[in-house]
Design a protein around this ligand. Structure first.
Ligand SMILES: Nc1nc2c(ncn2[C@@H]2O[C@H](COP(=O)(O)OP(=O)(O)OP(=O)(O)O)[C@@H](O)[C@H]2O)c(=O)[nH]1
Ligand SMILES: [Mg+2]
Length: 694
């Protein structure tokens, strides 16, 4: 039968790329006895990196699930990707857990995606623990990492452990509560007293831990201030409560590939992390009452479950990973998907151990499972009891930041390409594609260039279509800086019935990100009610096509404030055309400008060439926002227009002799400087003329 909700722990493992999340999950599974041998990322043999693309590249691309049973508890581990291009999956993974383990690398410390996942965990109000991993590596430093954590992440961050030994000599940790050391030799742990070399550090950091524990409770704080100490039981109790409530973020030591730290983390997960039963009721929409409602994590309540990931398996077909919030979800039951208005036959439902499914009869509140071959359901959808339908908040995904044009390698493959892309975007909602009638190109958009390359590989492997990628088009946008108003009038008299539409429009800028606003300012029926939607439609269509250089228009308020009509000749189409003509004119009078996407970039580089990196960033119109020395490597953070980053990969390679790396993600839109905008507009015109000649 379903697992008791109070015994479940759902944990999201998140962090920057390559810090050892998958290795840590593997080590946890092994330590808990769920695996008989420890897989390795470098051999492609881990439980959670099973996708061929993951094995080939040795990175996680998809969120995957594994579970273990530990001391009478069921722990579901959600292993998420850390590379910027796939980080949306980490956010979706955090939606369905009660707590997060944030893994950081003891050499690199806090990195771009560390801050990102920290924000996600804060957004979902998740208690969390930090694991400082790879402490066995050269130039690793626990205390430097701790300092960076305190400086760059918000929260009361305190170590529960301090390491024993350094770099290749790293062999265990001292528990600051019990003041005992756990030391590993030949893969076996043994408990010892505090090694002499660590004694001062233990004293110093234990003091800080006692202080943090005392601060969680006023009475305890009073006692601590009076007596200058707390006993172990009081301290443990306060820490537990503080961690469960997210008031304290504990830091643990680890070397995942050597199995160090896993046992302590498992203990922390079952003792200090909340279970799904501890969570207040989940909010959503009660579709019967047509208003906001809640559901309790009760096995007898009506079913509600959220699909947070879709995978397509070449043998089995579609797999939908879901989390049950309320009720008991049974094999072979029929549920309702309110978002698509569709019934779904659930068939077999299973637990997931990486790619392996273990069929079960039923899944209770808090459990994570998978269903096969759901017909309509997609990532983000709710599955619920049809009799008492309830919809959970959808999972949102970021807008794609980069576009490539795809060209079939074999002529006539165009249809196959769109079919393959549609299937892929079911799995990965951050892949978009559309046909650009302007350039007559099929565009594929993704979060970054690696993401798009991976998509192309998937098309080939899974759907047998081969395409080449053309240089990305920068997704510029258009908007205005000023206000203007004017008339758009469409009048045609051809024999019988004519065409007549007349509109007066005003345009004004909205703040960045403001989108589009249409205001109906008509008094006295100058434009009849039934034609106002036609005006709005004409405006929207025109905004989609763009006016200045053929890019979509954003952050614009358009008001319809006057017009006229003709009893016979006015029509929906005539008003659409009139509005479009009007907007084209008024827009150009309102000081039109181009906006360009600006990226957050973080470069890690050997410290001796950091100056060159900064100089190069400046020549790319970049703004340096931070610089972080980390021993012999430095990290430089900057915001840079996307258009300047297209060739960055190869420049960085030559500046750093291949030792540098960078990650990049979309930040915001900014105005293109006038001299560049002029060039872009000219090029767009030339392209349009060329297209029209053909
Ligand atoms: N020396 C050492 N190497 C480690 C440790 N943990 C992981 N690694 C290595 O670090 C590399 C990355 O490990 P992964 O487990 O794939 O890291 P990840 O965080 O899952 O990476 P993404 O999912 O791609 O973000 C692999 O080569 C691991 O073998 C560790 O504790 N010590
Ligand atoms: Mg991984």
């Amino acid at each position: 039968m379903a697992i008791e909700t109070g015994k479940i722990r759902n944990v999201g493992v998140v962090g920057h790329g390559g810090v050892g999340k998958t290795s840590l999950v593997e080590s946890l599974l092994y330590t808990a006895g769920a695996l008989t041998r420890l897989g390795k990322v470098d051999d492609g043999s881990t439980t959670t990196d099973f996708d061929p693309d993951e094995v080939k590249r040795k990175i996680s691309i998809n969120t995957s699930i594994a579970f273990c049973d530990f001391k009478g508890h069921r722990i579901n581990l959600v292993d998420t990707p850390g590379y910027g291009d796939f980080i949306a999956d980490a956010r979706a993974g955090l939606r369905v857990v009660e707590a997060a383990v944030v893994v950081v690398d003891a050499v690199a410390g806090v990195q771009v995606q560390t801050e990102k996942v920290w924000k996600f965990a804060t957004e979902f109000e998740l208690p969390r623990a930090i694991v400082v991993n790879r402490l066995d590596r050269e130039r690793s430093d626990f205390f430097r990492t701790l300092e960076a954590l305190g400086r760059r992440l918000k929260g009361r961050i305190v170590p529960l452990h301090i390491p024993v030994g350094e770099e290749s000599g790293f062999r265990g940790y001292v528990d600051l509560v019990t003041q005992k050391a756990t030391v590993f030799a030949d893969g076996k742990a043994s408990e010892t007293g505090i090694p002499a070399e660590a004694a001062d550090r233990v004293k110093e950091w234990r003091e800080k831990l006692v202080e943090a524990a005392a601060e969680t409770d006023d009475d305890l704080l009073a006692k601590y201030l009076e007596e200058g100490s707390l006993d172990e039981a009081e301290m443990l109790k306060a820490l537990r409560a503080g961690i469960t409530q997210g008031k304290i973020v504990p830091v643990l030591c680890a070397a995942a590939t050597r199995g160090i730290g896993s046992q302590a983390l498992l203990d922390l997960v079952i003792h200090e992390f909340p279970s799904p039963a501890d969570r207040a009721e989940i909010g959503g929409t009660d579709l019967k009452a047509k208003q906001a409602g809640t559901r309790a994590a009760d096995p007898k309540a009506p079913v509600s479950a959220l699909v947070f990931k879709t995978l397509s398996d070449p043998h089995i077909g579609k797999l939908s990973l879901f989390r049950v919030y309320s009720g008991t979800l049974r094999s072979d039951s029929t549920l309702f998907n309110p978002g698509r208005g569709a019934r779904e036959r659930m068939g077999h439902v299973s637990w997931l151990q990486g790619k392996t499914q273990k069929n079960v009869e039923a899944l209770g509140p808090g459990e994570i499972g998978v269903a096969q071959k759901l017909k309509e359901t997609q990532t983000g959808d709710t599955l619920t009891d049809e009799a008492q339908p309830f919809e959970l908040p959808r999972i949102t995904f970021p807008e794609p930041a980069i576009n490539f044009a795809v060209q079939p390698k074999t002529r006539g493959d165009e249809d196959k390409i769109s079919t393959a892309l549609s299937r892929i975007s079911e799995e990965d909602p951050t892949v978009h594609h559309h046909f650009d009638p302007e350039t007559k190109q099929l565009l594929i958009s993704g979060v970054g260039s690696l993401h798009v390359e991976m998509t192309v590989e998937r098309m080939k492997r899974k759907y047998n279509v081969d395409v080449s990628l053309l240089p990305p088009r920068i997704p510029y946008k258009e908007t205005v800086r000023g206000r203007a108003e004017g008339q758009g009038k469409y009048k045609k008299q051809t024999g019988g019935r004519g065409q007549y539409g007349d509109t007066w429009l005003r345009v004004e800028p909205l703040p960045r990100g403001g989108g589009f606003e249409f205001v109906d300012d008509i008094f006295g029926g100058a434009v009849p009610r039934n034609f106002i939607p036609s005006v709005e439609k004409g405006v929207r269509e025109c905004m989609k096509r763009g006016i200045l250089a053929g890019y979509p228009i954003v952050d614009l308020k358009v008001s319809l404030f006057d017009g006229s009509y003709h009893d016979v000749d006015s029509s929906d189409m005539a008003f659409q055309i009139a509005a479009s003509m009007g907007l084209q004119k008024v827009f150009m009078d309102a000081h039109p400008i181009l906006l360009e996407p600006v990226m957050n970039v973080e470069v890690t580089t050997p410290a001796e060439v950091a100056g060159d990196i900064i100089g190069d960033m400046n020549s790319r119109r970049g703004r340096i926002v931070g610089m972080e020395p980390a021993g012999e490597t430095a990290s430089v953070r900057a915001t840079v227009p996307m258009a300047e980053m297209l060739t960055y990969e190869s420049s960085l390679r030559s500046m750093t002799g291949g030792r540098g790396g960078y990650s990049m993600e979309f930040s915001h839109y900014e105005e293109v400087p006038a001299f560049l905008a002029e060039k872009i507009v000219k090029e767009a015109k030339a392209e349009k003329e060329k297209a029209e000649k053909h």
